[in-house]
Design a protein around this ligand. Structure first.
Ligand SMILES: CC(C)(COP(=O)(O)OP(=O)(O)OC[C@H]1O[C@@H](n2cnc3c(N)ncnc32)[C@H](O)[C@@H]1OP(=O)(O)O)[C@@H](O)C(=O)NCCC(=O)NCCS
Length: 285
């Protein structure tokens, strides 16, 4: 297991891009790393782990908070036994500095051998998440609203909509600038939807992984004072259009299944609900 350091993050993002393909599982995306980058390059590097063999990265982990490790695997390594055993060993031993003692969560793509091994080791199935996906090969509906791509001058508006969308959000312009300075942001766009009075009412970030690969929505929200007017659906259409223009083959998103409003909104914008995925967790003692 390795930690790439700030200088190695570009390579990590490059391999993650290659692992986002239509027939593959929905898994940790360069956009997830890009969204984490709002905390700055140092913290992103400190939260990133890689597993390699013969100089080739086969798995990437992002410590999304102190208790959650999110994993992605190279297509040929999803069921590689040696790799899966190594990941489980590193995750289970606190002294390896991945997950500390006590309660911990691992998010692994559907079909990854790591899941089977953790379950055998006594880890339990946790909260269900719903991935959703839409092919971008055909036309995408017109959002029917005013959509703007956000640059540094409007970052404060995007940040304000995000804070008004997610309870407890502490997002700031400064975080936006840190995110926009990150390697994955080269292939990303932040959008806002405005209402007829010109107020910013919905916000989204889309992350392309390059031509012909899966593009990710993370995050998406509608200002709590403007819900129930179709802006969630509209901003999702806008996101899909932006990803189509960036060359993505599909748009994907993953949300807790308990977020009924989000699942309904994505479905109403034409995304197809895929089978649920569950995090695995280990209890405190
Ligand atoms: C989820 C959210 C984006 C919905 O925004 P919105 O502008 O109210 O959604 P819309 O008006 O476009 O509604 C779209 C569809 O979802 C349905 N819907 C929206 N919220 C719903 C809820 N809480 N429960 C059930 N259905 C809901 C609507 O009825 C509509 O369905 P229809 O197309 O069949 O008529 C908004 O509540 C939000 O920002 N939540 C907090 C942030 C969040 O969870 N973001 C998504 C996770 S990444």
């Amino acid at each position: 297991m390795g930690a790439p350091g700030v200088d190695g993050l570009g390579d990590v993002v490059r391999v993650l891009r290659q692992w986002q393909y239509d027939a593959g599982p929905v898994q940790l995306h360069p956009g997830d790393v890009g969204w984490f980058w709002r905390f700055g390059a140092q913290r992103t590097a400190a939260a990133t782990r890689t597993w390699s063999r013969a100089g080739k990265v086969l798995a990437v982990g992002l410590l999304d908070g102190a208790e959650l490790l999110r994993l992605a695997f190279a297509p040929q390594a999803l069921r590689d036994e040696e790799l899966a055993r190594q990941v489980v060993e590193d995750v289970s031993a606190p002294e390896r500095g991945v997950l500390f003692e006590g309660r911990a969560y691992v998010e692994a793509p559907t079909g990854a051998l790591v899941q089977d091994l953790l379950l055998k080791d006594g880890w339990a199935s946790g909260e269900p998440w719903t991935p959703l996906r839409c092919d971008l090969g055909g036309p995408v509906s017109d959002p029917g609203v005013r959509v703007e791509v956000i640059g540094p001058e409007q970052a404060h508006e995007w940040a304000a909509v995000l804070r008004a969308s997610f309870d407890g959000s502490t997002f700031t312009d400064e975080r936006w600038r840190a995110m926009a300075a990150g390697a994955p942001y080269v292939d990303a766009r932040c959008l806002v939807v405005r209402n007829e009075r010109g107020e910013a009412v919905a916000a989204v970030t889309v992350w392309s992984a390059g031509e012909g690969r899966l593009g990710l929505i993370e995050p998406m929200g509608v200002h709590r004072a403007h819900r129930g007017h179709g802006y969630g659906r509209a901003v999702t259409f806008a996101a899909a259009r932006a990803l189509q223009q960036l060359g993505s083959s599909s748009v994907v998103v993953c949300t807790p299944s308990s977020n009924v409003g989000a699942v309904a909104t994505y479905r109403s914008a034409g995304l197809e609900q895929l089978p649920e995925r569950r995090d695995l967790y280990r209890n405190a003692s």
